[in-house]
Design a binder for this molecule. Structure first.
Ligand code: MF3
Ligand code: CO
Length: 249
């Protein structure tokens, strides 16, 4: 069952999502060669506490950190550590909070110093695939319209979409129905309705779509070690179309 949210509930989800946006914007500006990923985790926790919110991922199925930091061939769920970021790396920052009964969830991928042109194109296409998907997130459309939009943008550019991880509904729970694959067919799947809130999160690989989980039980990496990018927004469906909750202002 997909839970529909009333305008007041969307307002609350927006407050949570804005805290996420604020954290990601702060982290984005701090990313540079020499920074340790664990330092980014610490700053995310500090801002979240100051806002009176709770990190959503910490303790979720035993995940030990507030932030996910996925570097280069790491796709999602990379864990903050003493790893020092190097010029030419890219880092996916995935963050979620719980605030006044609602969750917010978003992710960005940012370059560390100067990165090569093909990697910049990967990030740009992945972000564009998210915005293509958001443009389809309107009442009367189908879930498959969102999925197909991501897949089309990524594959047209010569990249591949990850199959094994999906976006999701979000609200009083971090993960609600429906699952939102990043591949699919236009016109298929459930009809979208006003009041749904989706965390749409394309994961796009430079090479093969195949991924595996490392022995740490969390870190997802590409099988071919090609770079991967990840962008995510929490988006509400309103009478006026898609409303991106996880953006600043
Ligand atoms: N944005 C990811 C998701 O919605 C992050 C979850 S990490 C976890 O699934 F640690 F919470 F699992
Ligand atoms: Co998510």
């Amino acid at each position: 069952m997909i839970v529909l949210k009333l305008p007041d509930e969307i307002k609350k989800a927006r407050m949570s999502s804005r805290i996420v946006a604020e954290v990601l914007d702060t982290l984005r500006k701090l990313v540079r060669p020499g920074v340790k990923t664990i330092e980014l985790n610490r700053i995310a926790e500090q801002i979240t506490a100051k806002r009176g919110a709770k990190p959503a991922f910490k303790g979720y199925h035993g995940y030990p950190y507030a932030l996910c930091t996925s570097v280069n061939e790491e796709v999602v769920h990379g864990m903050p550590s003493e790893r020092v970021l190097q010029e030419g790396d890219i880092i996916g920052l995935d963050y979620g909070v719980y605030y006044q009964d609602y969750y917010g969830d978003a992710a960005i991928t940012v370059p560390v110093g100067k990165v090569n042109e093909e990697v910049r194109r990967l990030m740009k296409v992945t972000e564009q695939s998210l915005y293509d998907a958001i443009a389809q997130t309107t009442a009367g459309n189908r879930l498959g319209d969102i999925s197909a939009a991501v897949q089309m943008r990524a594959e047209q550019a010569g990249f591949s979409v990850v199959r094994d991880f999906v976006g999701h509904g979000i609200g009083k729970n971090l993960h609600e129905e429906p699952q939102i694959p990043n591949f699919g067919k236009k016109g298929r799947g459930v009809e979208l309705k006003v009041g749904m809130i989706f965390a749409i999160e394309p994961m796009v690989n430079m090479g093969s779509y195949k991924v595996k989980v490392l022995p740490d039980g969390w870190t997802v990496v590409t099988e071919d070690n090609g770079f991967s990018a990840h962008f995510e927004h929490s988006v509400a469906i309103t009478d006026n179309g898609p409303d991106i909750l996880s953006k600043l202002n």
